[in-house]
Write a protein that binds this ligand. Structure first.
Ligand code: ATP
Length: 292
């Protein structure tokens, strides 16, 4: 069987991670413990998760004309993600996530840079690539206009589209109905949806991830919760990205929804047993032997 083609339209960031025992107060300087730079961005993370699980993944996005941009492209290539549709935009920085980890707290500042240039006009150059995809995966770290454009395009071409509304941003409710699946975590779900509102047309496509409490979903009027696997969580950063990448792979292979969620649940349970968002993402063989 040929691997399905998954197109990820989304962000590419460099994660700048500072680990510190104490957080500075206003006007204060503290000495931190560790600093690491890692490939990140929800788009890139989900693309890597899907590629490790054996899909044919192509990314549509932008980096800036700087060292981080060159490094992020290299990292994607190494993971077998096609970067043919990733442009290096002039005179702008590559997206940055400043992440401060302190004990169990994390604080993040994102400077989108080139991700803000992933406009509908830019994406429209790749209409044929989108039309030839088995599935499209999108997140909310690119402009809202682009998300809406992609929803319209996938509907026109009848291509399944998973929308991971992270970070949460409101879009007109008509647009939610154009998504094939919507995958908020619990806090995004609370901000964006009301499960009691059965008339809103998105209840049959919601897949809500709930960390250690697993996944709740409602399909064909049935509401179910699949428990999380009980594992020793070392670092849950990127659990949601692994979940979305894995879900995209299983659904693009036309697996039933419950089997697909189980597969994604297992992939994310494996990913949190190692440090780092992308570093912990499992291979296909690892997920299959975990499920055996
Ligand atoms: P992040 O922002 O850290 O990437 P998220 O908030 O988007 O994560 P979560 O709902 O926390 O996403 O986690 C996604 C999935 O990962 C869960 O539905 C579950 O399958 C798995 N998972 C997360 N935390 C745990 C845990 N402690 N034990 C087992 N599985 C977990």
């Amino acid at each position: 069987m040929n691997s399905p083609i998954i197109t990820v339209i989304g962000s590419i960031n460099t994660d700048m991670v500072t680990v510190t025992e104490s957080l500075p107060n206003q006007g204060e300087t503290v000495i931190g413990d560790q600093f690491k730079m890692k490939p990140g961005g929800k788009g890139a993370n989900q693309a890597v998760a899907a590629a490790r699980l054996g899909a044919n993944v192509q990314m549509i996005g932008k980096v800036g004309q700087d060292q981080n941009g060159a490094d992020m492209l290299k990292a994607l290539k190494k993971e077998n993600v096609s970067i043919r549709m990733v442009e290096t935009a002039p005179k702008i920085n590559t997206g940055i996530a400043n992440i401060i980890l302190s004990n169990n707290d994390n604080r993040i500042i994102i400077v989108p840079g080139a991700n803000d240039k992933v406009t509908p006009e830019y994406v429209s150059q790749f209409k044929e690539d989108i039309r030839n995809s088995d599935l499209v995966l999108i997140q909310f770290e690119i402009p809202v206009d682009t998300i809406i454009y992609c929803l319209d395009l996938c509907n026109e071409y009848n291509i399944p589209i998973i929308v991971n509304p992270a970070p949460a941003k409101k879009i007109a409710s008509d647009y939610w109905s154009k998504a094939t699946y919507i995958t908020p975590n619990e806090s995004e779900y609370t901000q964006l949806f009301d499960f009691k509102d059965r008339s809103s047309g998105f209840n049959d496509k919601l897949i809500v991830t709930k960390g250690a409490h697993g996944v709740s979903y409602s399909m064909n009027d049935e509401y179910m919760t699949l428990p999380a696997y009980s594992v020793n969580a070392v670092d849950t950063t990127g659990a949601g990205d692994t979940f979305n990448g894995a879900l995209a792979v299983a659904l693009s292979e036309k697996k039933p929804i419950s089997t697909s969620i189980k597969f994604a649940n297992a992939a994310s349970a494996l990913s949190i047993q190692k440090f780092g968002a992308q570093d912990g993402m499992p291979t296909r063989t690892e997920v299959e032997s975990f499920l055996r």
